[in-house]
Design a protein around this ligand. Sequence first.
Ligand SMILES: [Fe+2]
Length: 241
Amino acid sequence: MHFGPEVLGAALEGAGAGAVEEFTGSWDDLPADTHLGTGTPYRFRRYGLFRIRPGRLERLPHTAFFQDKSVNKVHGGVPRLFAPLSASVAGGEVLRTVVHTLRRHLPGPRAGMDTCGVHQIRVTATTRTEGHPAPEGVHQDGHCYVAQVLIRREGVSGAESALYDLRSRPVHRAVLTTPLETIVLDDRRLLHGVSPVRPAPGASCGVRDMLLVDFFPGGGDDARGEGDVALPVEGDVASPG
Ligand SMILES: [Fe+2]
């Protein structure tokens, strides 16, 4: 499912422009991803884990992010400890609103989807170093649903998002260009990948900021959230409105 910026934009109207600006500005304070293993860092990130409660998010203890080797050939099997989200991002109205809105737009039943991982990621590119949003190539993340929200794209060419069925046949391609434009996918039924980030013609560097939210059951005691009903399963992808 691919939707334009109006969905999250409308949901965030109540939060106020200042709060949204502070939220998106927090991508300027992401430490380098030390697990990349490259001389020049091109990816910067923070991570947090939450139980999704009706009307709120309950922050869970900070832990390493782990993906199985079967889904991540580059970093799978290795716990990766990323810097935690700042207190203002983790406890703010913007993240709470975004997570609950994304959860209402999952492309399938959302009952039981009571836990989420939140990733703030910046990928940069210069004329000498391109950025790889997904160095593992076309992949699954190992969750149930994954939301990919564009926060900022400046001076960038490339970074085309692509979705594939489980037999690696392409089903959707899109370049996210407008802040808050979003792709939400069923990670159990689709593969995804992103092409490298390169500076746009004439630019010396490019910046692409993304918010990724992984949804999965955490085995909590509140697996069914407020107002939950099993939504009809929509098509995997739809053009942005
Ligand atoms: Fe991924």
